[in-house]
Design a protein. Sequence first.
Length: 251
Amino acid sequence: MSQLSRNMEQSKEEQQRFQFARIATIESPYKEKFAIPRQPNLVNAAKGKVILCGLANNEELVRDIEQFSHLWLIFVFHGTQAQGWKPLVRPPRLGGNKKTGVLATRSTFRPNPIGMSVVKLDKVTTEQKQTVLHISGLDLLDGTPIIDIKPYVPYSDAITDAQGGFAQTEPNADVSINFTDQAQTDLSQYQTKYSELALLIEQVLSQDPRPAYKHNKLDDKIYGMRLFDLNIQWTFTGLASISVLNITRLT
Ligand code: SAM
């Protein structure tokens, strides 16, 4: 085979396209990107559902899955997909100002916008022909399309002496959180519907959801974040202390 035809073959392979159908959709308290933790299991009070769909909505596909405490969810970054990708990105773990190869990061702006998260499997239910995997610790936007689910297999997936590069350890979560009187009154109104709301807010905010370049800087801005159908307003009251100001239902 000549060099020319070898090159043509190669480029045909490179252009090959693959199509995958959605097998499930995520139901998540995170309704917008802002304040979603940057990896799974940093906020274990975040509970969500994997709603199986189409031909995958069949109990047989998940038979015996409850033997596993954790699952890999393979998904499409549907919320950023339209923005395309970049060879170099600025990971928040490097302060958001140093560029790194996209494939050396977990950035959403990848050549193929595919993500993978390990989540805890709490239970499986099937009601009125709808099979649902109940999960916690997710880092996924509401509506995220799932294209595959696999059991987490500790003997092979957990490599205890692995090198984690610039993300060797969990990010700091040492911001203290307090609720103003107004926020406490608001909380009591919503806590019947959302039983672990206070804990969820605390865990999310202790990650400091602001862009990385703002970390450890004084900041008097009032931020809003959306969890479920609620808007939560908060502000920094020191370098490492946040005050939750109020919680209101979005219309
Ligand atoms: N654990 C996954 C991984 O490593 O592939 C995701 C890591 S990525 C850094 C996590 C961020 O992706 C979250 O903080 C959130 O902002 C964003 N995200 C989550 N679900 C998304 C979606 N469906 N579309 C776009 N961005 C999403």
